[in-house]
Design a protein around this ligand. Structure first.
Ligand SMILES: NC(=O)c1ccc[n+]([C@@H]2O[C@H](COP(=O)([O-])OP(=O)(O)OC[C@H]3O[C@@H](n4cnc5c(N)ncnc54)[C@H](OP(=O)(O)O)[C@@H]3O)[C@@H](O)[C@H]2O)c1
Length: 291
């Protein structure tokens, strides 16, 4: 199989595969159980497919520990990105309030290093899109100190509207992670702005969560309203969405999550086919913007 294409992650200079891996899905939940064996299989399949960028978080349950357990021996094969500001210890969880003090950021990074069985993280992103005022509670300075110590190579922001514009203007983030797809285009202009400012761009939600039944934001209605089915030309829906996402010239990698090796293989195939034809990409954008 040919190698996955790579793009430069902005000013970090890291050459990342256009398809990355979002490791949120390998957390175990009552509504979607994920076993150790399944996580081991999919994580190894990710690297075997040539993907070299993995995104995780303190908040994703067993995700960090499983990456450490199953992939520490292959650490040189992937760039590893986690988050900070998340509650540290057993209490974690995506919905819990995030704390951007120096103490919590340092404790979080140290915990991630232990769980991930590594002595450095390629990227640590502030989770939950904090405001400038929250970042000044000590967390930003603490992360910069951890960078000076070599525990963190680059500093990023998982940023969304309304704080994203100000975060770009701060000029201190090497990478921005933001949601984007044909069905969720709201951050497109700010993604462009961040990329123009030299930051690397990591896209999440690149397959719009794969299935209308799994998505809670209501954006799958746009698929029907914009009559995207007419543009598929025989392509499966997920292939269309993923190829639409990588058609965005500002994207460096998209961290698609899956626990299913068949879905992983389909996503690799889709990315190897490349971006959508320019006229199809433009037409889909036009339809979604006017639907
Ligand atoms: N605030 C933040 O920083 C934040 C928030 C959310 C997510 N994230 C990161 O972004 C990553 C991706 O985000 P996301 O999970 O929201 O969006 P996503 O990658 O668009 O969607 C993942 C979902 O799509 C399904 N899927 C993947 N490939 C498929 C295929 N070929 N066919 C059918 N279904 C497919 C997966 O289910 P199967 O397992 O069944 O394949 C999974 O449930 C996460 O893993 C996480 O690392 C960050």
């Amino acid at each position: 199989m040919p190698d996955l294409p790579k793009r430069q992650l902005g000013r970090t200079g890291l050459q990342v595969t256009t398809l990355g891996y979002g490791a949120m899905e390998i957390r175990n939940r009552a509504e979607r159980p994920s076993t150790d064996a399944e996580a081991e299989r999919v994580l190894n399949a990710v690297l075997d497919a040539g993907i070299n960028y993995i995104d995780t978080s303190i908040d994703y349950g067993e995700s960090e520990e499983r990456i450490g357990r199953y992939l520490a021996s292959r650490r040189s094969e992937y760039y590893l990105a986690s988050k900070c500001g998340c509650p540290v210890g057993e209490v974690g969880g995506m919905r819990a309030p995030h704390i951007f003090t120096a103490e919590n950021v340092i404790a979080g990074v140290e915990q991630s290093l232990r769980r991930l069985q590594t002595d450095y993280l390629d990227l640590v992103q502030f989770h939950h899109s904090p405001s400038r005022a929250e970042l000044m509670e000590g967390g930003l300075e603490a992360l910069q100190d951890l960078q000076a110590q070599g525990k963190v190579r680059f500093i990023g922001m998982s940023g969304t509207i309304p704080n994203l514009k100000d975060q770009i203007e701060m000029g201190v983030f090497d990478v921005f992670q933001a949601p984007y797809s044909a069905l969720q285009p709201e951050h497109e202009e700010l993604i462009h702005e961040a990329s123009e400012a030299g930051a690397g761009i990591v896209i999440r939600g690149g397959v719009a969560r794969g299935d209308p039944a799994r998505e809670r934001g209501g954006f799958w209605d746009r698929w029907q309203e914009a009559e995207i089915d007419d543009l598929l030309d025989g392509m499966p829906r997920t292939e269309f969405l993923l190829r639409f996402t990588i058609s965005n010239p500002n994207l460096d990698t998209t961290i698609v999550g899956t626990t299913n090796p068949e879905h992983l293989a389909q996503n690799v195939e889709a990315v190897l086919k490349g971006p959508l034809p320019a006229e199809v990409y433009e037409e889909a954008k036009r339809r979604v913007s006017t639907a």
